[in-house]
Design a protein around this ligand. Structure first.
Ligand SMILES: O=c1ccn([C@@H]2O[C@H](COP(=O)(O)O)[C@@H](O)[C@H]2O)c(=O)[nH]1
Length: 271
């Protein structure tokens, strides 16, 4: 089953648009992990196992592992998801973007080394820089369009040609030209509900990865109302810190499960 099929099946099977972000920060781990050499893997594994029933996808952020020298933990974590929770797609958030000859290696890193089902990519260098990812037709390529951060508009809102902002051209180009294999999705931040509405109008039913609820304060009702697809799905709404660190006590896994379930329920109220 390819990434898009797996995602659609998962939306339906668990009636959830929640993506659980995996952004390990050892200083925020519960005390029981102090001195544990394998803390990054074990903490993330516990979160995965506790939240899987409510998740349409998992999204590990590569810098959170690489900065700790914990790439091996990331490999094991993704293998764990595939082995213990088959059918839940893993989106590796690495936002890669480089000339084509190097991008080939980034594609091998994401899909070969880590075994991710999808990867985030930066379109700034143009189509040839994303093509090595697009060529993996069974994997998803989730391309930055209108990011969740405060400075997103610095470049992404610059008017192009007809006065429309750059992010709308990115959305149109990817939906119209880069999606020949049907494996593209876009990143649009939950913090920008109006832009979400604009992008949905441009891309039809293409999946949107939407980070920015939870710790960044995005409004769930506005996200879902403005950006759901025609059938009430189409969204991968990602939350990391609000789920991972819902409790710093020994109930961290149960608290994470409750946070993921509550987010699912709150999203479903507006679908
Ligand atoms: O526009 C973007 C693209 C990616 N991210 C990533 O999502 C998570 C958000 O974490 P929270 O704790 O839920 O705020 C993080 O890994 C970012 O790198 C994003 O926030 N915005």
């Amino acid at each position: 089953m390819d990434f898009m099929q797996a995602l659609r099946r998962r939306w339906a099977d668990v009636d959830s648009l929640v993506c659980v972000g995996l952004d390990p920060e050892p200083s925020r781990f519960p005390h029981r992990f102090a001195g544990d050499d394998d803390a990054v893997f074990r903490f993330c594994r516990d979160i995965v196992d506790a939240t899987a029933a409510h998740a349409c996808a998992f999204k590990p952020q590569i810098a959170h592992f690489a900065a700790l020298g914990a790439e091996a933990s990331l490999e094991r974590l993704i293998a764990h998801v595939h082995e213990v929770h088959p059918g839940i797609p893993v989106i590796l958030d690495s936002k890669r973007g480089d000339i084509g000859s190097t991008a080939r290696y980034y594609a091998t890193e994401a899909f070969g080394r880590y075994g991710a089902d999808a990867v985030t990519a930066n379109p700034y260098l143009g189509r040839d820089s994303v093509q090595p990812f697009l060529d993996h037709a069974d994997r998803g390529v989730v391309i930055l369009c209108r990011t969740s951060n405060p400075g997103a508009g610095d470049l992404q809102d610059l008017p192009v040609d007809d006065g429309k902002p750059l992010y709308q051209h990115v959305a149109a180009k990817i939906a119209g030209e880069w999606n020949g294999n049907g494996n593209c999705a876009l990143v649009v931040g939950a913090t920008w509900p109006e832009q979400l509405r604009e992008v949905r109008a441009i891309v039809g039913n293409m999946p949107l990865l939407v980070p920015g609820v939870g710790a960044q304060g995005g409004d769930v009702e506005a996200v879902v109302s403005n950006a759901k697809s025609a059938d009430g799905s189409g969204l991968v709404i990602s939350s990391s810190r609000a789920i991972l660190y819902a409790s710093s006590g020994d109930d961290y896994a149960d608290a994470a499960a409750r946070a993921a379930r509550d987010l699912r329920d709150s999203i479903n109220r507006y679908r």
